[in-house]
Write a protein that binds this ligand. Structure first.
Ligand code: FAD
Length: 156
């Protein structure tokens, strides 16, 4: 459950971008997430970052000004290119309130994610509809939550 109050002024933004040539992979994701958690916590932004096959797909949720300021900083980052907004909306409640930011890469065992990609079709975020992008990110959220439960309980 989100630790942040749910207000009508909440906003959600989903965008996709391409990893740039300077993007160096997993270590860089770790650095991005560390900076994101530090900054997003200050302004009550939460979300999820999907990293897959040369793409980023990210959802940001929080107060409108905070989401837009954060996105404005993100799009100037040289580690990715060609950011395109897929969906923006005012929301009543957060769907991604558990993390100030977390990243997930799709693994071979992530069947639910692949299903949400519509019968395992090629990963083409610029082709996603607003609804399919949100559906995919929710599927990623589900996998991430189940993995965290496994880590906490030690269950397989
Ligand atoms: P620092 O992290 O201390 O970095 C200082 C400066 O150096 C910044 O301008 C930073 O952009 C730049 N920099 C640092 N490392 C590199 C590098 N390896 N290559 C090039 N430039 C570098 N930030 C958030 O706050 N919230 C988010 O949700 C978020 N999501 C992101 C998603 C993606 C896909 C990417 C690529 C970046 C994301 N970032 C996010 C990072 C954001 O673009 C800024 O880098 C970060 O907010 C700056 O944080 P900082 O001011 O603490 O600077």
């Amino acid at each position: 459950m989100s630790e942040y109050p749910q207000r009508r002024s909440l906003y959600r933004l989903i965008y996709a971008s391409r990893q740039s040539e300077t993007f160096e992979g997993e270590d860089e994701v770790t650095a991005i997430i560390a900076a994101s958690i530090r900054n997003n916590r200050e302004v009550a932004v939460t979300g999820l970052l999907l990293v897959h096959e040369g793409w980023f797909l990210q959802v940001l949720e929080g107060p409108y000004e905070a989401v837009m300021t954060t996105y404005g900083r993100i799009i100037n980052d040289p580690r990715h290119a060609d950011p395109r907004v897929i969906k923006t909306e005012q929301i009543d409640t957060r769907e991604f309130g558990d993390w100030n930011m977390c990243a997930r890469q799709i693994g071979a065992a992530d069947d639910a994610i692949l299903d949400a990609l519509d019968q395992r079709a090629a990963f083409e975020p610029f082709e996603f509809t607003p609804a399919s992008a949100l559906r995919l990110l929710k599927a990623v959220r589900g996998i991430q939550e189940r993995n965290e439960v496994k880590l906490l309980t030690g269950r397989r």
